[in-house]
Design a protein around this ligand. Structure first.
Ligand SMILES: [Zn+2]
Length: 429
């Protein structure tokens, strides 16, 4: 397959063309060039390996369909066949984005827990949208994600194996990310194997070690195909499986997960324990799906609050009294909690309530309510309506009040807030 050279014009389908400016990098499948397209810089992935006609047609279909979410560096246009090969055009990765490997090596560090949770939420939502249109990603691994540590913004690349669920372009995946049933050669990638890989990615981002790399891997003399099957196939054991301690993290090796596992909420630990349980390893539909993860992560975000003693952030369980701050160790009294839908939101100063928590809208960044301190008496806290809608509030004595956008209400146990036709929240003390 011929490479392209600087200055060459490459014809795109639909009659336009782009011009090669320089090479940006190369891998096993092909070369990525910087190109000029309509006066703007883009990336062109050019295949140097043999690709089937089905692969080409799938790529064409995806380009025509368009990206399921703006998080994907999606194929925007496919080229004509030229010099015995073809490629596709995509947006360039902006500066400031890092690969997952950089986070694992601590070369990149999330600015704070909110940025980490934002990245996890963007990943879940992007894949939810991809799955919703009937596609599966099939090759999720640490090399596919670019993440901005300062904002948690995520870009997902290498979308050329994305295909309708059940259709496969020949890729099986990357070791350490592939579902056990693929390792055991029982299936090719599909939506359920994506769910497995998604949980692996989330685990790595949060705990900074791999979920199946424990003492079994450390004591493995040489990674043969047989060993790979044993360690990553259906016989694999989650390093923190409460029912099987045969593959625990090793002190001095898996330092990050040993330190971070107890720091994050039990809800999150339980989600990983469920999705990496023996049952979910062998029964793919028992795995957490992207929308399950969204709910877990949105709840976890609500539990990351400012400590009233040291002013630093810590996790609080909404239903536990006297839990120690992870920074200063002082016990925090159980705050009032807003129970709405599937969420239990501790009502402490600066807490935000999001649209996705009070409605079926999946906008997890739009703030609709905030906990504020009473300007005249900072010891008293209240809720400010920021939703743009009027809410109906029922006081514990049965009295109704209307709370307009921008107006506040006190945090009183027993107070009910009717946010919309779908959801009513109750404050519990
Ligand atoms: Zn504290």
């Amino acid at each position: 397959m011929a490479e392209l050279s600087t200055g060459m014009q490459v014809k795109l389908q639909g009659g336009t063309s782009c011009k090669i400016k320089k090479e940006l990098g190369r891998g096993g499948q092909g070369i990525v060039y910087l190109v000029d397209y309509n006066g703007k810089d883009y990336a062109l992935k050019w295949y140097t390996m043999a690709c089937s006609e089905a692969f080409f047609q799938n790529l064409e279909r995806n380009a025509k369909k368009g990206a399921p979410s703006s998080n994907f560096l999606w194929p925007e246009a496919v080229t004509e066949h030229q010099n015995g090969s073809f490629g596709y055009l995509m947006k360039l990765r902006p500066a400031g984005y890092e690969e997952i490997g950089a986070f694992m090596r601590k070369k990149a560090i999330f600015q704070d827990v909110n940025c980490l949770l934002q990245a996890c939420l963007q990943i879940c939502t992007a894949f939810q949208k991809l799955h919703l249109v009937g596609l599966s990603y099939q090759d999720m691994n640490d090399g596919n994600f670019f993440i901005n540590p300062k904002t948690g913004d995520v870009l997902i690349c290498d979308n050329d194996n994305v295909a309708p669920n059940g259709v496969n372009m020949g890729i099986a995946g990357k070791s350490g990310y592939m579902a056990p049933e693929i390792i055991d050669k029982e299936t090719m990638p599909n939506r359920y194997t994506d769910y497995f890989s998604l949980s692996v990615i989330l685990f790595i981002l949060i705990y900074m070690n791999r979920p199946f790399e424990g003492v079994k891997v450390v004591s493995c003399p040489c990674m043969t195909e047989e060993m790979e099957k044993k360690l990553n196939g259906k016989g694999c054991v989650f390093i923190l499986d409460p029912n099987d301690d045969s593959n625990r993290p090793v002190k001095g090796v898996h330092t990050n997960v040993i330190r971070r596992w107890p720091l994050f909420p039990k809800l999150l630990r339980d989600a990983f324990i469920q999705t990496f349980s023996r049952e979910a390893i062998t029964t793919p539909n028992k795995r957490l799906m992207d929308r399950d993860w969204q709910r877990v992560l949105v709840q976890v975000r609500s539990m990351w609050v400012k400590c009233p003693y040291c002013g630093k952030y810590t996790f609080v369980q909404p239903d536990v009294d006297g839990q120690p701050c992870i920074e200063c160790g002082k016990n925090i009294a159980k705050p009032a909690v807003l129970n709405v839908g599937k969420y239990n939101i501790p009502l402490v100063p600066e807490q935000k309530i999001y649209l996705c928590q009070i409605s079926s809208d999946d906008d997890y960044n739009k703030v609709v309510c905030e906990v504020i301190r009473n300007p005249k008496n900072p010891a008293k806290w209240g809720l400010t309506n920021k939703s743009g809608q009027q809410w109906t509030v029922t006081l514990p004595n049965g009295e109704f009040k209307l709370v307009d956008d921008g107006a506040s209400m006190p945090i009183i146990p027993g107070l009910k807030i009717r946010f919309n036709k779908e959801e009513t929240g109750v404050i519990n003390g």
